[in-house]
Design a protein around this ligand. Structure first.
Ligand SMILES: Nc1ncnc2c1ncn2[C@@H]1O[C@H](COP(=O)(O)OP(=O)(O)OP(=O)(O)O)[C@@H](O)[C@H]1O
Length: 906
């Protein structure tokens, strides 16, 4: 920076030198500047020379005029710089001052000197001179700065070129001389070095680069310098100097108080020029200033001074007041605003950057559609074969494919082509996948966009994006537009207006409605939309002529899950019997969506990878399913012996109920290893015996509720107090009983009515759809049903108290029990299992794997150094060393626990 500033000063000197060159040329040679200035001033001084021998030729240094001695001292405001040693011209040292050459390569300093001397010799271009003059008189402005930049760059380039030309010429003339005098031996020795040194072009590049760069950076630095530091066209003086030098001599034209702390002195330039022609004060644009403490004190001082000089009132010096901000202040004042505008501009440009396709983008491209366009040839590889378990939905949507492929077939019969379809269903059921498969099969471009991408904080962006999306689609017909999560914009207008409404969303929806109406029948654009909440969509969206088809996609059935597993199993390595594997895992995953199934398969592969296995086995799938249902095992959670015993009896209560109630779900596995968040025990049942239950009768529900209460009832029967562990069971039981009463007409007292709850109806959020009296009746009926279930459960568990104890002890000992353990301990279940259950979990089928030994195989009481061998007896969560698996803890022995509990109590 220091170099740059030095450079900046040099360029300023250069400018000044050129401007004053003609005037300086008239100056007597050899006369040091201060002496010369003195001589001139004496010549024109208003006060007569006291000793009467003023020296016009300047050969004899004159003595100082009375009262003016300080003016010609080095610190005087009238002196323009330090004195030069006598007899030495300023040009002797080159144009560039010595201090600026410090730290600069000698060649560069020499080149700059040459360039500056050329400027001095040839003068500056007229345009540049005029601009500099304007700047000094009227101040710098961005337009002038830009002009100066252009002109100086141009000049620098010309200078550099002429310096290069000179160098080339000089080298050419030197070349023959050198060749003749050079020692041939020496030349061959240092051939390379010599060549480089003499190569004119090597030095050319050097000069060109250095000089132009230097001048350009110097100019930038100069501008910065002028921005930050007040202009050098002014100089500070003291009050005394002001008074003695200017005020007393009547040279002051006016005074301007700037920002109440500084006074700018405007002099009568002509008088000053005639009195002190060489003074900087004689130059236009130059002024002195001095600082003041307060305006009042300053005014008083000026008043007193003028009084003492007996200046008549009419001729008093005018004083004006002025508020002034520097460039820097202006920059600080406007900087944040400019930054803010810049940031908005940048963000909007970025927002527009994600837009797909062309089309008008509105202001800064905000209104451009964000839809991603997939090319059927490269991007969309999904086919209907990849979408499993939704045959009806596929059939419906295939019609769209045939329309896109063979539109004539429909049109010739006068059939109107459906405009679009809404795919609705729970999350992860494959709506997006189906839409992609439609695009993949029909081989047309596919625009995918999410409903939320239309919604932006700026008004008007949503409708504009919709317009842009459809405009793009029209350019690419035939094509498919898929709007995922359309409920973000397609919510019923009456519903969303509650609480203030949302005009932007409404107008986006209106635009979609308009665009969908706007296609003519020959336009082959199909609009598919996905949503989890078809019930909240606006009716206008669903009417024929817009989304004509409503395709509901439910969670897959047993067969559907089998097919989905089949699709995803293709991607992993397994040597299992695929038919059996698919059936078994499908039976274990009731209620799973396609996305859950994809996740289970992936988890299974991860479990196998942790075992460092070559292929994924059945146990890996079962562990993955447990993990997805119950969450991660929390072996780090250490329960006290008392707690463990309570959990064992609680789970045994559930298990016994499930075993002896006819309509309860058959047990697959029960474990007392804590899982997920808060579950201390875990039991796996197969609802509906593995089949898909479509209807449930009252008996099934009562048995299920009684089984759910089995945990708490068992605690009551085996301990003198109860724990907090049953709250989730109560939640399930109460919710089921409430639905029986308010929705399913299973209470005679309440009758056959349906009362929606608050999530179903917004009215119900604020007002109950029934009277206080009915509310009390509902409460009473719910209580009655739960009590009945409780009594049913208690009667069973009192009868089977011994069996509960046996199962609980075995659980404490083994931590995990399977169906075969239960058969071993309690005998076979009285009630027949469903066909699916027997097929995959009955006799002859491998026991359920997961986190514990199954099939009654005794578990080793002392595990090996890393726990049981993976796969051996379902040893569970033992990870291979190095993968961070904790060793499986030794099984808990009930007796030992009892002992520990006794000691703990003491
Ligand atoms: N029927 C199916 N066949 C095969 N895979 C499926 C199926 N359904 C879902 N999947 C798997 O689940 C993933 C997620 O499905 P998709 O994104 O289509 O669900 P979605 O219904 O659109 O969910 P959301 O409603 O949350 O947007 C798919 O990528 C696929 O791997």
């Amino acid at each position: 920076m220091a170099t740059l500033l030095r450079g900046a000063r040099s360029s300023r000197q250069l400018v000044e030198a050129a401007r004053l060159s003609q005037h300086l040329a008239r100056r007597p040679a050899g006369l040091p500047r201060p002496l010369y200035a003195y001589a001139r001033s004496r010549h024109y001084a208003t006060q007569p020379d006291q000793d009467g021998k003023h020296n016009v030729d300047g050969k004899t240094p004159p003595s100082s005029a009375k009262g003016m001695e300080h003016l010609y001292s080095q610190q005087s405001p009238m002196s323009s710089g330090p004195p030069q040693p006598p007899g030495k011209k300023p040009e002797d040292d080159g144009v560039l001052p010595g201090h600026m050459k410090k730290g600069m390569p000698a060649s560069m300093a020499e080149d700059i000197d040459k360039a500056l001397q050329r400027v001095k010799k040839e003068g500056m271009p007229q345009e540049l001179r005029d601009t500099i003059k304007e700047c000094s008189e009227e101040g710098m402005s961005p337009a002038r700065a830009a002009k100066l930049w252009r002109l100086t760059t141009q000049m620098a380039r010309q200078n550099a070129e002429s310096v290069i030309n000179e160098k080339v010429k000089a080298t050419e003339t030197e070349e023959p001389k050198k060749e003749s005098t050079a020692d041939p031996e020496n030349k061959s020795k240092d051939g390379k070095k010599e060549k480089k040194k003499d190569d004119p072009f090597s030095s050319i590049t050097e000069i060109k680069f250095d000089l132009s760069n230097f001048l350009l950076t110097a100019f930038v630095a100069y501008l910065l310098y002028r921005l930050v530091i007040p202009t050098e066209n002014s100089r500070e003086i003291t009050w005394q100097e002001f008074r003695n030098t200017f005020l007393d001599k009547g040279l002051v034209e006016k005074l301007v108080v700037i920002n109440a702390n500084r006074v700018r002195v405007y002099l009568q330039r002509e008088s000053v020029a005639s009195m002190y022609p060489d003074s900087p004060a004689a130059q236009p644009g130059f002024y002195y200033y001095f600082s003041i403490g307060s305006v009042e004190a300053f005014e008083r001082r000026v008043e007193d001074a003028q009084n003492s000089l007996a200046i008549p009132t009419s001729e008093r010096i005018p004083i004006s007041y002025h508020e002034e901000g520097s460039w820097l202040n202006t920059l600080f004042a406007f900087g944040p605003t400019l930054l803010f505008i810049g940031a908005i501009f940048y963000l909007s440009r970025r927002a527009a950057g994600g837009a797909g396709g062309g089309g008008p983008g509105g202001v800064f491209g905000m209104g451009k559609s964000r839809a991603k366009k997939f090319n059927h040839e490269t991007d969309i590889k999904v086919k209907f074969a990849d979408v499993a378990g939704m045959d009806e939905a596929k059939l419906e949507i295939m019609e769209f494919v045939s329309f896109l492929k063979k539109p004539d077939m429909f049109q010739k019969l006068g059939a109107k082509i459906p405009r679009g379809a809404i795919l609705s269903g729970p999350p992860g059921t494959g709506k997006t996948l189906l839409a992609k498969a439609t695009a993949g099969e029909s081989g047309v471009p596919f625009f995918s966009v999410s409903g939320s991408e239309f919604v932006e904080m700026f008004v008007g962006v949503g409708p504009s994006r919709v317009r842009d999306l459809f405009a793009n689609a029209r350019k690419n017909t035939p094509c498919i537009i898929f709007i995922d999560e359309i409920d973000a914009i397609g919510k019923s207008r009456s519903k969303q207006s509650f609480g203030g409404g949302n005009d932007e969303r409404e107008s986006t929806l209106n635009q979609i409605l308009t665009e969908m109406d706007g296609f003519n029948t020959s336009e082959q654009i199909v609009v598919l939309a996905g949503t989890n909440r078809a019930d909240v969509l606006d009716k206008a969206l669903m009417r024929p002529g817009r989304f004509d088809r409503h395709i509901n996609i439910d969670p897959p059935t047993m067969e559907g899950r089998r097919q989905i597993f089949a699709v995803h199993l293709k991607k992993i390595v397994t040597h299992e019997d695929l038919e059996n594997l698919k059936g078994r895992v499908a039976a274990l995953t009731p209620g799973f969506s396609g996305a859950d199934i994809a996740n289970v398969v992936n988890e299974a592969a991860l479990v196998a990878a942790r075992r460092m296995a070559d292929s994924v086995v059945l146990a890996d799938f079962e562990k993955a399913i447990e993990r997805v249902i119950g969450g991660l095992e929390r072996r780090s959670l250490v329960l006290s012996p008392e707690e463990k015993k309570t959990v064992a009896y609680h789970e045994a209560g559930h298990a016994i109920c499930g075993w002896y109630f006819q309509y309860a779900d058959p047990l697959l596995k029960v474990s007392i290893i804590p899982r997920g968040s808060g579950a201390l025990g875990y039991a796996q049942y197969l609802p509906g015996g593995g089949g898909d239950m479509v209807l449930m009768n009252m008996r099934q529900m009562m048995d299920r509720m009684a089984m759910t209460l089995g945990g708490r009832v068992s605690e009551e029967l085996h301990f003198d107090t109860v724990t907090t562990g049953a709250s989730d069971d109560f939640n399930k039981v109460t919710s089921m009983a409430t639905r029986m009463v308010t929705k399913w007409g299973m209470s005679q007292k309440i009758g056959y009515v349906y009362y929606p709850n608050s999530s179903e109806s917004s009215d119900a959020q604020f007002q109950k759809p029934f009277s206080e009296k009915t509310a009390q009746d509902i409460d009473g009926e719910v209580r009655r049903i739960v009590d009945e279930a409780y009594i049913q459960c208690k009667e069973l568990l009192i009868e089977k108290k011994k069996e509960v104890g046996i199962v609980a002890e075995e659980l404490l000992s083994k931590e995990v029990l399977g169906r075969d353990d239960m058969i071993r301990l309690l005998g076979p279940r009285t009630w027949p299992d469903s066909s699916d259950f027997s097929k995959y979990f009955g006799a002859g089928q491998p026991p359920l794997g997961g986190d514990g030994p199954m099939g009654g195989a005794p578990k080793p009481t002392t595990p090996g150094p890393n726990g049981p061998e993976p796969g051996q007896g379902g040893g569970g969560a033992a990870l291979p060393p190095g993968l961070g698996g904790d060793p499986v803890p030794a099984p808990t022995i009930y007796k030992a626990l009892e002992e520990a509990a006794k000691q703990w109590r003491r």
